[in-house]
Design a protein around this ligand. Structure first.
Ligand code: GDP
Length: 357
């Protein structure tokens, strides 16, 4: 056993609720508070180290009594918000995504795609939290940049708090129609029964600290431990996107959730016709921020990546591979038939599941 990886987090919700901006804010925080030299960028996802969260959220970490109690290394946020990313992160018997944030606009409630997201999250059994975003739009709300919600709410006029409570009350009522028991996160008594609602603003950064701390707590309590354990063996992953890159040919952007992927490895993945092999010619990762001199020079080639990672794979044989396909590395040709069988089973199961949706 090599250790524990960071959970993968997806951000979902109706259009225009602030998913993209929320991700930007979280990423910005991580960059500002990380240790120098720490890599925060992967292909298709961003690493938010726990140390950065602890520095950013300081006093709230103590208030919520979380100091010294968090053992996950951080979070890996999937950069593409919304349905498609979540759907592609499917694997046999569940989801590669460990955790979801359902973002709603606090001024307008669940909305259509919010409901769809909710159903999708529930059907995969992924633990989630609700970000009630656009808190700064509450009439009379006084914003202070990046202030934790718990401190901000204590500093508001009564009428702003009353409006907020009315909005949260409405949201709780809406959610109950879908069998979800929810409450403002600081009032949740039993996290195994109630979904926490965290008021946030992706514009002012208020509540972002709270959101990250609640995510950490929920991760440690509700993601099965074995899901976060990673080994040193051949990689297992999922293809997020396949595309033609100038000068490189067909490349696959993939998430590796277990093991190691090395240059030269044979991988088994899948196209519409079934399992397919490819040989890894090159593995590409973003450069560390310090070494990024100009936008044209953002990537570097690496010999190996370890889970958890988001990597661009250049390989012979990726033509026709589809987004959402499983990926298994094979280190000995003897293991190839077994890998083909496993990939075949996984895709047939995924097909049946998507027909049901
Ligand atoms: P997405 O479609 O869910 O990714 O939403 P975006 O992140 O693109 O945001 C949609 C619009 O809402 C943009 O104009 C944002 O500036 C705005 N917006 C997002 N979050 C907030 C917020 O917390 N407060 C306010 N006032 N506006 C926000």
């Amino acid at each position: 056993m090599a250790g524990v990886r960071s959970p993968f987090v997806v951000v979902m919700g109706h259009v225009d609720v602030g998913k993209t901006l929320l991700l930007d804010k979280i990423r910005g925080t991580s960059v500002a508070y990380r240790e120098p030299g720490m890599i925060t960028q992967h292909i298709g996802m961003s690493f938010v180290p726990w140390q950065a969260v602890e520095k950013f959220a300081g006093p709230l970490v103590d208030r919520l009594r979380l100091r010294g109690r968090i053992w996950i290394p951080g979070f890996l946020f999937i950069d593409t918000p919304g349905h498609a990313a979540f759907s592609n992160l499917r694997k046999r018997g569940g989801s590669v995504a460990d955790l979801a944030i359902l973002v709603v606009d606090i001024t307008s409630g669940l909305e259509d795609q919010g409901v769809e997201s909710l159903k999708l999250i529930q059907s995969r059994g992924v633990p989630f939290v609700i970000a009630a975003n656009k808190l700064d739009r509450i009439y009379g709300w006084k914003s202070v940049e990046n202030r934790p919600f718990l401190f901000a709410v204590e500093d508001q006029e009564w009428h702003a708090v009353a409006t907020l409570e009315e909005r949260i009350g409405k949201l709780i009522e809406e959610l109950s129609k879908f069998g979800i028991e929810a409450d403002r996160y600081d009032r949740v008594r039993d996290f195994s029964k109630q979904v926490p609602i965290v008021p946030t603003s992706a514009v002012t950064g208020e509540g972002i600290a709270d959101l990250l701390l609640v995510l950490a707590g929920v991760s440690q309590r509700f993601i099965p431990k074995e899901k976060l354990q990673v080994g040193e063996g051949p990689a297992r992953g999922v293809v997020m996107e396949v595309k033609e890159e100038r000068g490189l040919g067909v490349v696959a952007d993939a998430i590796i959730y277990d093991g190691r992927l090395r240059k030269g490895d044979t991988i088994v993945t899948a196209g519409l016709e079934g399992p397919k092999e490819a040989k890894v010619r090159m593995l590409i990762m973003p450069k560390p921020l310090e070494e990024m001199r100009d936008p044209e020079d953002r990537f570097m080639a690496v010999e190996e990546v370890k889970a958890a990672a988001g990597v661009r794979i250049v390989a012979d044989g990726l033509e026709g591979v589809v987004a959402g396909a499983p990926l298994l590395a094979v280190w000995s040709l003897q293991d190839l038939p077994n890998a083909r069988r496993l990939v075949g089973e996984e895709i047939s199961e995924i097909k049946i599941e998507s027909d049901r949706e």
